[in-house]
Design a binder for this molecule. Structure first.
Ligand SMILES: CC(=O)SCCNC(=O)CCNC(=O)[C@H](O)C(C)(C)COP(=O)(O)OP(=O)(O)OC[C@H]1O[C@@H](n2cnc3c(N)ncnc32)[C@H](O)[C@@H]1OP(=O)(O)O
Ligand SMILES: N[C@@H](CCO)C(=O)O
Length: 348
């Protein structure tokens, strides 16, 4: 195990690696031969350890929250590191330093397309290891959207007595048939690239680009594309802006991610079901205040899913966020999000 905890007193985000040489048991029954989790802390843990804000990131996000949620985290923002001790872990299976399909310290039979199936619960057991390493016994606020919200819910069910409040955004209690179908369409695109099976770092990269282009359709909306990708002229019959946008988004992801992690994380998203092997009233034990946020145009995690979540959590309030940007609204509409969160933090 390795951390340099005292560095967390700096007001700059600081990166760490948690590592364990012990086998890590997965829900599938398989084990990972070793485990590393990249994480970041930002701010200072106060004396009574009451100021922890823990962030769970979405599919292709990472632990460096300032890079993708700068509207919520930073000096003068609703989660200001001068006030809060902000922790985020790069999720197990991802591509930003945590154990994933490209980790060279894994056995060969665990790498590339042979990386074992992960579930959201596996990810949360990874978060638990980091929490224990940091000796955090109380999380003031746990926040996460999309796949991050799925982790949040699983974690809140695992340690409800250690969590002060939760902010699940654009997420669900179990992944829908529609969501699984979207993920499968993306995995089919990856599989259609035969280099996915070549046991090389860049394997499946063309497939990944196509997968991202498909994914974008589930993250955005008709209206969003109309606003950003409409042509200025009616004279065109080819080379449309919307086409080059789709290609660009594929390239952009391919430059910062890999097909194997994308595969594994999308499978984990599919696995999400808080009711698996549990009672149907299980949410009743999450008594902490909850600010549930949904986006009115979200196709992938429609607001009916957050309505159901709000109904099942004993102490929850639902905010319906208006956005033209669909599911990705949680990354785009940070000003409105920040207003609601600031109000929630004042009241709890
Ligand atoms: C620094 C990092 O790597 S952050 C890593 C963490 N990433 C994440 O957490 C993932 C979450 N983030 C996201 O999904 C996205 O970044 C979002 C939702 C926040 C915003 O999406 P973006 O792709 O940045 O915005 P948007 O959809 O408006 O596209 C803008 C980009 O498309 C380009 N673009 C727009 N229209 C077109 C077009 N017709 N043809 C080609 N390119 C186009 C723009 O030039 C811009 O390029 P840039 O990103 O290189 O500046
Ligand atoms: N834009 C988000 C979508 C999934 O929530 C991501 O890439 O993580």
């Amino acid at each position: 195990m390795s951390t340099i905890y005292s560095k967390a007193s700096l007001l700059q985000p600081t990166q760490f690696i948690f590592s364990s040489k012990s086998e890590f048991q997965l829900e599938s029954g398989k084990v990972l031969s070793s485990l590393s989790l990249a994480y970041q802390t930002w701010g200072k843990l106060n004396e009574d350890q009451s100021n922890v804000v823990w962030v769970c990131h979405a599919l292709t996000g990472n632990h460096r929250v300032q890079e993708w949620w700068g509207g919520l985290f930073g000096a003068g923002k609703c989660f200001d590191p001068a006030e809060y001790f902000i922790v985020a872990v790069n999720v197990l299976g991802s591509a930003y330093g945590s154990t994933g399909p490209l980790s060279t310290d894994l056995l060969l039979e665990e790498q590339f397309d042979s990386f074992p199936v992960l579930t959201i619960r596996d990810m949360v057991f990874g978060l638990e290891l980091v929490r224990k390493e940091l000796k955090i016994e109380w999380i003031h606020t746990l926040i996460g959207a999309s796949l991050g919200g799925q982790q949040l819910l699983e974690w809140a069910l695992l340690i409800p007595e250690k969590i002060g409040s939760i902010i699940p955004i654009a997420t669900n209690l179990k992944h829908s048939p529609f969501g699984i179908a979207f993920n499968e369409a993306q995995r089919l695109a990856i599989q259609a690239d035969s280099t996915f099976y070549s046991k090389q770092e860049n394997g499946g990269i063309e497939g990944l680009k196509a997968a991202r282009a498909i994914g974008m359709l589930s993250y955005r909306t008709y209206e969003g594309y109309k606003i950003t990708q409409s042509e200025e002229t009616d004279s065109k019959f080819d080379s449309f802006k919307a086409s080059s946008y789709q290609k660009y988004q594929g390239e952009k992801l391919a430059n910062r991610f890999n097909a194997f992690s994308y595969w594994v994380l999308s499978k984990a998203m599919d696995s999400h079901n808080v009711f698996r092997n549990r009672d149907e009233k299980v949410l009743g034990k999450c008594l902490m205040p909850a600010l549930v946020i949904g986006i009115d145009t979200d196709l992938l995690f429609p607001i009916t899913e957050q309505e159901e979540l709000t109904k099942q959590l004993p102490n929850a309030r639902l905010i319906r966020l208006k956005s033209d940007f669909g599911h990705d609204g949680f990354l785009v509409e940070t000003e409105i999000l920040a207003n609601h969160i600031t109000q929630f933090l004042k009241n709890n």
